[in-house]
Design a binder for this molecule. Sequence first.
Ligand SMILES: [Fe+2]
Length: 385
Amino acid sequence: MSNYFSNDQIDLLAKAKSEKKYIHLKNENENLKEVMNINNLNKLISMHNCWDQKNFSLVLNKNKVPFSAFLTTGDALGFAKMAPDPTKVENYIKKGASLVLNDLVYFSKEIEKLASDLQTITNGRCQANLYFSMQSHQAFAPHFDTHDVFALHCEGEKLWNIYDNIEKDPINHPIYKQELSDKTEKPGKIIDQVLLKPGDLLYLPRGQFHDALASKNGAMHIAFGITYLKPIDIFQYYYEQFIVNDYFRSDIRDINSTDEMKDIHTKITAQLNNILNNDKLYEHSLNYFKKWPYKFTCYDVKQLINDGVQYEVVKNISIIEEEEKLFLVNEKHKVPVPEKFTKITKFAFENKIVSYKSIKSRFNNIEDETINEFINAMKNMKVFI
Ligand SMILES: [Fe+2]
């Protein structure tokens, strides 16, 4: 079940994804407008000690501002670590700098829900970055991203230029990190302009050249980046298998001709074929694919409180019954269990993990005092850990 998308929208996005064709979904769903707004942004960036060089950056005139240029030790402001100084950051924004916040999934339940929806639609893993820009200041030159992007527009307006060229399946590797001068030549001509308003979603396939310009002050969007499993990931996943392969570790000596080299290549191919083509590995790779999307996880403190403290029965102690009497035994000792504890002891050893609550719900006729006495005795005898 999707939190944010209608079935029609899911179909459109899935189609765009499979055809690798950009698509603009105009807002039909009010919920999408509520994922992020200026008030939320304000709260978010005011949690000063959450931000560091990895997740907080400013981009001015297409260049990243050095992190050290807007830092404070936080001593005077009440946070005990180096973090962005709000006054310095605001000054940069006044000058037209764009703010970029990375890795936001766990900073907002709404962002997490949308990321989760997009993972379900795409089978990819999703990260979310936020971009906040002032009017007419372009943070980034025309570029492509190395993953699919679902840009959710949140505030103000931004005009996106879609360029003709699509880089073929780029990855995050130095080979694909072009110099700025290359970038201006490669996008090709503008083939479409898309004006994004709050609640709109723009899907851009991996490699599609684009840029965006805020047409009002305070334009904000969240880019949900989707990364898919690639054959190169599968190749890396099995890298250890290549290392333990005897042939791959052997020494190559005295090669004098391309024919001899060709033999080696043939053997490498045969070994790769041996390693990769077996039913067990297909199953393994299928599981890798299934587990590829991030498993967004949160704490459940209410459940923790409700379950109460849990006790685990140690492995080297067991119980035996002799002449209708119960004993705790390990390698050296054999201790009789008092009659009043017999049932609870059996229950504890059957379940391996127990809590006051689990004992009470199983034996509601046993006094609280007896249960507490039992737990303390087990703890003292190091039966429970
Ligand atoms: Fe981008």
